[in-house]
Design a protein around this ligand. Sequence first.
Ligand SMILES: Nc1ncnc2c1ncn2[C@@H]1O[C@H](COP(=O)(O)OP(=O)(O)OP(=O)(O)O)[C@@H](O)[C@H]1O
Ligand SMILES: [Mg+2]
Length: 412
Amino acid sequence: MAKRNYQNVVVGLDVGSTKVVSAAAQLGLDGSVNVLGISEVPSAGLRKGNIIDIENAAGAIDNCLNELERLCGISIASARVGFSGGNVATLANRAVVAVGNPASEIVREDVERVMRAAKMIAIPPDRSIIHLLPRQFIVDGYEGVADAVGMVGSRLEVEVVLVTATTTAVQNLVKSVDRTGLKVKQLTLNPLLVAKSVLSPAEKEMGVVLVDIGGGTTDVSIYEKGSLVFTSILPVGGEYITRDLAVGLRTTLDEADRIKETHGCAWVEMARDDVMTDVANINGKEVRQVSEKMVASIIQPRVEEILELIQSELFRAGMIGIPPGGLVLTGGTSNLKGITRVVEEYLHIPSRIGLPENTTVLDNELRQAQYSAVLGALLYDMKSATSDTVMDHELLGNWLGRMIYWFRDLFR
Ligand SMILES: Nc1ncnc2c1ncn2[C@@H]1O[C@H](COP(=O)(O)OP(=O)(O)OP(=O)(O)O)[C@@H](O)[C@H]1O
Ligand SMILES: [Mg+2]
């Protein structure tokens, strides 16, 4: 097929524990995001969100990108790549600088100076800063300034959240993508991508917990006053439920996955004991029947264990009370019937399923929870003037070189 020459095409890549997915979209001048296509292949070389085999991971990424090129009739040179795993952690910091010329307004250089000061914090030598997100600027004591450029003041303060990850995990992902010949336009934390596609500005402003339960990981994030304030990636997800189901039903992982996805329910009371499903035994020779209730009785305790881990993270983050925006659940495992009910019973937080709804042109069949991150990557470039994106460019433009440079500076 002849390759079409689209203008303003953006590409997103999400290298997950169970699937590699990429998507392309054309950005309209009116702010529309026209999704051209999504391609998905089974993942390889990953465990719990981290690359453990570069060769295999690169092979899966390459297959996925080739498929996307074929599907959309485009050739892809670069992509925004999601990052998850690598013991991601958040750290709050603040910094203050005197404005260059007190009589005049604050200029971009002042903002850059205060942001540079805010990242001067000691972090362990095996970790890298992957994002520096401004929460608010404070000008001469006035809080809540989103964009300080153009304001008049003599003292500029900033409150930031730094997101760090183990350097090797970041390097292995970049290396795997590099092998395919694709340029990493930017590496972006998955929860930031997911938030773009599933959260509303009001939820982020009021305070919301965002939980992405994938195959090998569960990402827990908290948004307050419009910004990410906490994120953590737990090494547990839907594969944990599958494994237990396979043991409980004495069947293979593939069969357990199939049963979970077609008949699974996270809330036993919601499952029926008069609806039966076939289960092939472990050597595939015999078939038995089990009720949906029996399947749910294996799934619910595993979901509750994942929720217990989420609760510990929320305590660790210092979250007190119920966030006004509730809890938004996304990722493949959020497809489990009854899962919001278990969340509400167990965590006592009102919850909803977050589907990637913020793209303007999208087939309904693509509006699926497991595509939240990759579709969020397409939305990320829409408003390149948002504060976190501006800083991302600075941080990750030549990310490795810069990070090594900072470390030298920090540990001198
Ligand atoms: N209908 C369904 N019911 C229950 N579970 C489902 C359903 N559809 C998908 N899943 C589960 O979702 C998980 C995959 O989710 P997702 O695609 O979000 O993960 P991933 O991005 O590959 O992995 P991770 O984010 O953990 O690195 C698998 O465990 C799969 O079994
Ligand atoms: Mg994922």
